[in-house]
Write a protein that binds this ligand. Structure first.
Ligand SMILES: Nc1ncnc2c1ncn2[C@@H]1O[C@H](COP(=O)(O)OP(=O)(O)O)[C@@H](O)[C@H]1O
Ligand SMILES: Cc1cn([C@H]2C[C@H](O)[C@@H](COP(=O)(O)OP(=O)(O)O)O2)c(=O)[nH]c1=O
Length: 214
């Protein structure tokens, strides 16, 4: 049995990650590939419970606590859900990876990037840290992202990260650009139509030869 492939779609809130992951899952299904779509943070009962704590902006905490909560979530998700799926031949599309912690807790909240990488390496593994295929979705300007978020409607509760200042969002946005460069992840323009971005992702996936070897 051939192992599944681990695909990551990254980017700030509202860049269209969920939309693209769903479309890509449908595309892979149409090619006869068993695929699941998972969201970080979340994806298992305990990971969903941790997600509830993380997103509750009424609970103040340090950037290190955030890093540890995301890492606990990730450890659980990787060992209990993603790795077993890959082993049984299922492809996994995950919206977010530890690059989100580098962007939000590192560039956004000021945590040391090397500490984030070291903690992640300890509680996941090399395969988690280097997905088979990944893209970062990004807007050129912060206002475009805010408009997209507003189009989703009001959140029931203030969200820890979405409700942060424009300065914070600008740092995270710059962080994603740095991360894309450093890890050689394609940076895709999120302001295009849903269909254009989907075709771009499928085109890159086809070029990567992952589909040919499936
Ligand atoms: N390329 C696009 N153009 C216009 N609207 C989009 C596009 N991609 C997603 N949307 C819409 O923007 C909102 C946020 O998209 P979503 O996929 O949930 O983003 P994310 O998962 O990155 O937070 C949703 O209402 C979605 O329908
Ligand atoms: C995975 C991860 C997410 N986050 C943030 C990004 C989001 O604002 C929030 C996750 O919320 P969620 O609603 O799941 O994200 P999205 O809006 O992309 O659907 O947590 C971090 O700060 N660090 C991390 O490591």
């Amino acid at each position: 049995m051939k192992a599944g492939r681990y695909i990551v779609i990254e980017g700030q809130d509202g860049t269209g990650k969920t939309t693209q992951a769903d479309l890509l899952a449908t595309y892979l299904h149409s090619r006869g590939i068993d695929t699941i779509h998972i969201k970080e943070p979340g994806g298992s009962p305990v990971a969903e419970a941790i997600r509830g704590v993380i997103l509750d902006a009424t609970l103040p905490r340090t950037p290190m606590t955030n890093t540890l909560l995301f890492t606990a979530n990730r450890h659980e998700l990787w060992h209990a859900v993603i790795r077993p799926a890959l082993k049984r031949g299922t492809w996994v599309i995950c919206t977010r990876n530890y690059w989100s912690t580098l962007a939000f807790q590192g560039y956004g909240e000021g945590m040391d990037l090397s500490i984030i990488s070291a903690i992640t390496a300890t509680f996941t593994d090399k395969q988690y840290m280097s997905p088979d295929f990944s893209v970062v979705l990004a807007f050129d300007d912060i206002a475009a992202r805010q408009k997209r978020i507003a189009s989703r409607g009001k959140l029931a509760k203030p969200d820890t990260f979405e409700s942060k200042t424009t300065d914070f969002q600008t740092r995270v946005q710059g962080g994603y650009r740095q991360i894309a460069k450093e890890f050689e992840i394609p940076l895709l323009d999120a302001s295009r139509s849903i269909e254009a971005i989907h075709s771009d992702i499928v085109g890159r996936l086809e070029k990567s030869q992952l589909l040919a070897s499936s």
